[in-house]
Design a protein around this ligand. Sequence first.
Ligand code: NZQ
Ligand code: ZN
Length: 388
Amino acid sequence: MDNVRFHADTKVFVSRKAVEQVIEAIKADGIKKVLCVLGGGSAKTTGLWDRITKSLKENGIEYCELWGVQPNPLISKVREGVALCKDPANKIEAVFAIGGGSVIDSVKAIASGAKFDGDIWDVYLRKSAPPKEQLPIYTVLTLSATASEYNYGSVVSSPEENRKLGMFFPNRPRATAIDPTIQFTLPWRQVMCGAVDATSHLLEQYFSKTNETDCTREINLALQRSIIKSMIKIKANNEDYEARANFCWAVSLALNGIAGLGLSGDWNVHYIEHAISAVDDKIAHGEGLAVVSHAYYKFLWKRGIAKEMFEEWAQVVFGTKNVDEALKKFDELLDLWGAPKKLTDLGLKEADIPRIVKIEQEQNQMGVFSPLLRLTAEVTTEILRETL
Ligand code: NZQ
Ligand code: ZN
């Protein structure tokens, strides 16, 4: 390990009272008015919105609202939020995300856009550097998947340009509420997507150029095992509080930096998936990842890439010395979770591959690096063909 920097100064509350605790944290920071940003309406139907507004009022915090962030969030909605924050009449001092990764990612863009002179999309396009100043961010997490509640990543789409781009803002949430009971209302499809996404974050960081960072690898593998264990319990009882709390915590740690500290990582599965959901924004991130992962790790193993890491992963996560057997068990895990494994399961077909590859290659040129395997157009095509 060399040149390692770790900074994760988000206050995280994992508790049945987390919502109230995060709002108390907003008050303690002296914030008087927030912009609440939400998705398509689940927070209303589950009663969460009533709980939040009650607590905001009790703490004397004013708020305005922005609803309608969609999965695979749009830059157009971000711009609406930026305009609200920039309007001095609104007196917004912080941005409050209530939702999953799409809402939290949008909030990061809004909080930065509020302090940016131009169009914040230019930052995603790498035409401008992120602004040094942002509005403070707070979150109530309703779906454990991305770890956006505990990191500084943000992924936003512009369907007009066929782009789905990630950005890192120097702005983690100041405080995050994880009340596992809020996630009892999630449809299984979203739980599955969350488990696949977090597992993918761990695998993308674990399979690295060198395997010297023993401590980080052990943490990473332990998180993979913990997610597998919790998912068995959640599948048996959707309202198992302890299992859900363990799951949420493992998912947050999967991408707050600790599970990849000192590792080169790879991120090819995510690069290909982002191109897939840029082609069709109805495809959930976790579903796209399941399909690509299913093919990608076999592809790496067949080419003898990261051999020692594959052997360690097989032993620690799946209890076998035989990597082919571990890859089979990984497939069975995807089946157990009900994850898609074929491109056709996503409603795409062979004829869509050139379009996905074109987008992946164009987005790739914006600064992607893949230390394990360079994603040329030929390689991406070959991987995608394995998913048919
Ligand atoms: O919009 P509402 O009505 O709230 O419904 C949402 C949405 O339809 C629903 N939902 C959320 N919480 C719920 C609930 N339904 C019932 N009960 C609840 N408690 O779930 C649906 C999906 O939500 P979304 O936020 O889109 O899911 P997720 O958290 O998986 O976020 C995915 C986005 O994050 C990006 C992905 O690319 C994708 O755009 N990522 C962000 C990362 C980051 N910031 O670090 C890294 C990831 O790799 C990923 O790329
Ligand atoms: Zn992801």
